[in-house]
Write a protein that binds this ligand. Structure first.
Ligand code: GRF
Length: 209
């Protein structure tokens, strides 16, 4: 059984999608060991508690980044977390944090990276006039919205869209993409070659005559 640690700061719809996927067997052998928010008022915390999950608030306001990160990492280690999933966590992780979980931190971003990193990616894409946008689940490295890509989903931009309708359709795809990415990472049948995720060759079964 692999223990997931979810970090969030707000609504928590990606967290709920992950929890639902685990409950439905779409992410086998996984368990949400802890949900951590840096904001006490994040609706995702209340949702986690209603679902009977271990939910902690570790406030970040006014704390130096690494001091806060040390508290969060201590809580993740206490809960024996194998994979950290950032799900609308509005904090940049310190390089120290990233080094504590090498290759074991995922983030979801609402654009087709490397286009439109940073805040309000859906609005950035809409205003730029792209015809296709989407979402990306990637490994977290020391740069913002930058690590190796695990899963991407595309979403067409319709003539009838505004930034809100586009964001809503991207969010539907985020919920699907995060489940797929967690499965891939937990199954572990891949390597990262440069920036590229390459699936490992399945060993061939040879029938000897
Ligand atoms: C999502 O759009 C995610 O891609 C971005 O923050 C938003 C979080 O939404 N990183 P939610 O809290 O999971 O509903």
């Amino acid at each position: 059984m692999k223990n997931l640690g979810i970090l969030l700061s707000g609504r928590g719809s990606n967290f709920v999608a992950i929890a639902d996927s685990i409950a439905a067997g779409r992410i086998p052998n996984a368990h949400i060991a802890v949900v951590i928010s840096n904001r006490a008022d994040a609706p995702g915390v209340e949702t986690a508690r209603q679902r009977g999950l271990n939910a902690l608030v570790i406030p970040s306001k006014g704390k130096p980044r690494e001091e806060h990160d040390r508290e969060v990492v201590a809580a993740l280690l206490d809960n024996k977390v194998d994979l950290v999933c950032l799900a609308g966590y509005m904090r940049l992780l310190s390089p120290w944090f990233v080094r504590q979980f090498p290759g074991k931190i995922l983030n979801i971003h609402p654009s087709l990276l490397p286009a439109f990193p940073g805040l309000e990616a859906q609005q950035q894409a809409f205003a730029y006039g792209v015809k296709v946008s989407g979402c990306t689940v990637h490994l977290v490295d020391e740069e913002l919205d930058h690590g190796a890509i695990i899963v991407q989903k595309t979403v067409p931009v319709l003539d009838s869209d505004d930034e809100h309708t586009l964001a809503a359709r991207i969010l539907e795809q985020e919920h699907i993409a995060y489940t797929e990415a967690i499965r891939i990472v937990l199954e572990g049948n891949f390597e990262i070659a440069g920036r590229r995720l390459v699936k490992s060759q399945k060993s061939e079964v040879r029938i000897q005559k």
